[in-house]
Design a protein around this ligand. Structure first.
Ligand SMILES: O=C(O)CCC(=O)C(=O)O
Ligand SMILES: [Fe+2]
Length: 485
C-alpha cells in the first residue's frame, strides 16, 4: 500500500503564522536536540519586505495546478513553502553576486556560483577583497534558510549545510524527474531547499492582484521553470485527495494496480523558499525554462556533520581579511586602467596587461563594453560572429550558457572587476554598462567600491568574531551570522 501523497505546508517567514510540523518520513532519531540553537535570522528589517500575499485559492489558467496557499492539510506537511524569506532587493543582490562570478554548472544552460568561487582567488590578488566581500550576502541568506529548514522539519538533530550555490537556470534548462539523494555519493543529502530569487514573467503568478512595483523590479524574469513534485498514489486515495486538494493526476488510473502520480506544482517567486526531504519519496522535476533566466539559491542539508560542505578557501583567507585594513583602491585602479580617460601607463604590478598603448586600452575598453552589452542581451542572438565563436573554443563551456565565463577566460583577459561592475550596473541601475557615459561609469565604480567596502567590513567583523571564539578552524560549524548591510 502506498503512502498517501505528502502534503504541503505554507507559512510566512517572520510572521506569527503557525507552521504545521512534519514527521520526516521514516522518522528521525529521537536524540534530544542539542542545546546549541542558532539565533533566528530574519530578513533585513530596514529593507522593505516583500508583502505576504495570502492566497485566494485560485487556479490560474492553462491547466496548471497550483497549491492553494490557504490549504490546511491535516496530515504531514512535508514540503514547506515560505514567502518573504528575502526582500526583492536582497534577492537582486544575490543575483548580482551570481552574475559577477558565475561558472558553468552541472547541466546545460545552468550556471552556478559557490562560496568557493567567491573566495578561491589567491589572497594577494587585487580582486580578492571584493570577491570575498560578496560571500557576506550569500552566507547570510544561507543562514536564514538554514534556520527555517531546521525549524520547519522540527529536527531533533542539528542540520549542516552540505552544498550551497547560487544558480541561474537559463533558457533551455530543465531537470527531469529525480530525487536529490539519488546517487551513492549523495546519501548524506537529507533535506533540500530552494530559495527563488526572481519571479516568472506572468503578471499574476498566484492569482494575486497585479503588483506594478514588484513587476517593475522583476528584471530578468522567465517563463516555465515550475518545480513539480510527482507523488505516487494508489487508486483508493483518489477520491479523498481530489476533494481536498487541487492536485491533479497526470496519468489515468486504469487498469487497477497501476501506480498513478499526483503532480504538485510550485511556482517560483522572488523570496520564496521551498524545502523538502531529499528522499525518493519526493520525486520532482524542473520544467524547462522557455524564456529568460530563473535564479535560485539551492541548498542541501545533512544530519551528518562530517558531510558538511567546507568553506576552506574562505577560512584560509580570514587572517588576511582581518589584517587587510587598506581600502580597495587597487581594485578601483583595475577598472580605471581600462578607461580611456585614465589609461596612463602603470607598471601593472602583478596584473596582466593585454594592451601596450592608450589606444589599445581604448580599444579593449570598447570591446569589453560590447561584450558586457552582449551579456545582457538575448544570448541566442549574440553568439553569431565568428570572432566570438572562436573565443568559445578557448573554453570548455556551453557557449549559450556562460557568457561570463567566456568573458573571464577570454584572450583579452578582461578583469573580474568588469564583470562585477556589469552585474552591479544591472542590479542598481537597470542599465547596460555599454550605454553609460564615462562619468557615469566613474560614479558607478565609486558606488561599487563603497558597497564592497561595507560588505567587506561586515566580513572583517564576522571573521574577528570567529577568531575570538576559536571557530576559525571550523568555520562551517560556526554560526556564520553576518551583518546584512
Ligand atoms: O530549482 C528547483 O526548483 C529545484 C532544483 C532541483 O531539483 C535540483 O537541483 O535538484
Ligand atoms: Fe532536485
Amino acid at each position: 500500500m502506498l503512502a498517501p501523497a505528502p502534503t504541503v505546508g505554507k507559512c510566512a517567514a517572520g510572521t506569527t503564522t503557525t507552521t504545521t510540523r512534519m514527521e520526516p518520513p521514516g522518522g528521525v532519531n529521537s536524540t534530544t536536540r542539542s542545546s546549541r540553537k542558532r539565533p533566528r535570522v530574519e530578513a533585513d528589517k530596514n529593507q522593505q519586505q516583500v508583502p505576504l500575499k495570502l492566497s485566494k485559492n485560485k487556479n490560474n489558467n492553462n491547466n496548471r495546478t497550483t497549491i492553494p496557499e490557504n490549504d490546511n492539510f491535516n496530515n504531514n506537511n512535508n514540503i514547506g513553502i515560505f514567502d518573504g524569506v528575502l526582500t526583492v532587493d536582497q534577492c537582486n543582490e544575490l543575483i548580482a553576486v551570481h552574475e559577477s562570478h558565475r561558472h558553468a554548472g552541472y547541466i546545460h544552460h545552468l550556471t552556478i556560483t559557490r562560496v568557493a568561487d567567491l573566495s578561491s582567488s589567491s589572497s594577494s590578488s587585487s580582486s580578492s577583497s571584493s570577491s570575498l566581500a560578496l560571500t557576506v550576502p550569500l552566507i547570510h541568506a544561507r543562514q536564514i534558510c538554514w534556520t527555517l529548514v531546521e525549524e520547519y522539519f522540527d529536527c531533533t538533530l542539528d542540520l549542516f549545510p552540505e552544498f550551497t550555490a547560487l544558480m541561474a537556470w537559463h533558457t533551455g534548462s530543465f531537470l527531469k524527474t529525480h530525487f536529490d539523494a539519488n546517487r551513492d555519493y549523495l546519501q548524506d543529502r537529507h533535506y533540500s531547499a530552494v530559495l527563488y530569487l526572481n519571479d516568472p514573467n506572468d503578471d499574476d503568478p498566484d492569482g494575486d492582484e497585479f503588483d506594478k512595483e514588484r513587476t517593475s523590479r522583476n528584471r530578468n524574469g522567465f517563463q516555465g521553470g515550475d518545480l513539480v513534485f510527482s507523488f505516487p498514489r494508489n487508486k483508493s486515495n483518489d477520491d479523498e485527495e481530489s476533494s481536498t486538494t487541487t492536485k491533479t493526476t497526470t496519468q489515468s488510473c486504469s487498469p487497477s494496480n497501476v501506480v498513478c502520480f499526483t503532480d504538485v506544482r510550485i511556482r517560483p517567486k522572488a523570496g520564496r523558499l521551498v524545502c523538502f526531504p531529499s528522499t525518493e519519496r519526493y520525486l520532482h522535476r524542473v520544467d524547462e525554462v522557455t524564456y529568460g533566466t530563473r535564479y535560485t539559491l539551492t541548498l542541501w542539508f545533512t544530519r551528518n556533520q562530517t558531510a558538511m560542505e567546507t568553506l576552506d578557501s574562505l577560512q584560509q583567507r580570514l587572517p588576511w581579511v582581518i589584517s587587510n585594513t587598506t581600502s580597495l583602491d587597487d581594485e578601483t585602479m583595475w577598472l580605471e586602467r581600462i578607461l580611456p580617460v585614465s589609461s596612463q601607463h602603470g607598471d601593472g604590478g602583478t596584473m596582466e596587461q593585454p594592451w601596450e598603448t592608450p589606444k589599445q586600452a581604448e580599444q579593449l575598453f570598447q570591446e569589453t563594453m560590447v561584450r558586457a552589452q552582449l551579456q545582457w542581451d538575448d544570448v541566442t542572438k549574440s553568439w553569431t560572429s565568428p570572432q566570438i565563436e572562436s573565443l568559445d573554443a578557448t573554453t570548455n563551456v556551453n557557449k549559450r550558457d556562460d557568457t561570463a565565463t567566456i568573458l573571464r577566460r577570454s584572450v583579452w583577459k578582461i578583469p573580474q572587476l568588469v564583470l562585477q561592475i556589469v552585474a552591479y550596473c544591472w542590479w542598481k541601475r537597470d542599465v547596460a554598462l555599454g550605454s553609460l557615459e564615462k562619468d557615469d561609469l566613474q560614479t558607478l565604480i565609486h558606488e561599487w567600491n563603497q558597497y564592497v567596502q561595507r560588505r567587506f567590513v561586515g566580513l572583517q567583523q564576522a571573521a574577528r568574531r570567529w577568531m575570538e571564539h576559536g571557530m576559525v578552524t571550523n568555520v562551517t560549524n560556526s554560526e556564520l551570522l553576518l551583518p546584512s548591510s
